[in-house]
Write a protein that binds this ligand. Structure first.
Ligand code: 5GP
Ligand code: ZN
Length: 113
């Protein structure tokens, strides 16, 4: 198994998992860009948004639900936060396993790249 996020999702990297259910696993980003920087990651290895089928797209809604819940838990629901999914090389995606960033806990800048 080469994909690092598949390994984390499978529990092969100890101590990282913050939340999990049947569809997704949440863990801290190894190189946090904000005081709160979590990765909401489907258990299923879908390489990117570009490979997400219409049948699979309700997963994105679930990922948003989980991110909103985690934002509450982390105490940033009121102050605000950002959800980001990078797709492909020019979209800034580094890990080829679909994931959503939850960023918050500081004033984020307005730029989007
Ligand atoms: P992308 O650029 O693909 O949207 O984001 C990938 C993110 O995964 C980066 O923010 C990077 O810091 C994080 N990351 C890369 N490798 C690992 C890892 O082994 N463990 C964790 N927890 N995060 C990782
Ligand atoms: Zn994977």
């Amino acid at each position: 198994m080469e994909c690092i996020f598949c390994q984390i999702v499978a529990g092969k990297v100890p101590g990282e998992i913050l939340y999990q259910d049947e569809e997704v696993v949440v863990f801290h980003d190894i190189n946090p860009q904000a005081p709160v920087h979590l990765l909401i990651t489907p258990r299923k290895h879908i390489p990117s948004l570009a490979q997400l089928s219409e049948v699979e797209s309700p997963l994105i809604g679930h990922m948003v639900d989980v991110a909103n819940e985690l934002a509450k838990r982390e105490g940033i629901s009121e102050s605000g936060y950002r959800l980001v999914i990078n797709c492909g090389e020019e979209g800034g995606q580094l890990v080829a396993h679909l994931h959503m960033h939850l960023l918050g806990g500081r004033q984020l800048r307005g730029g989007l790249g």
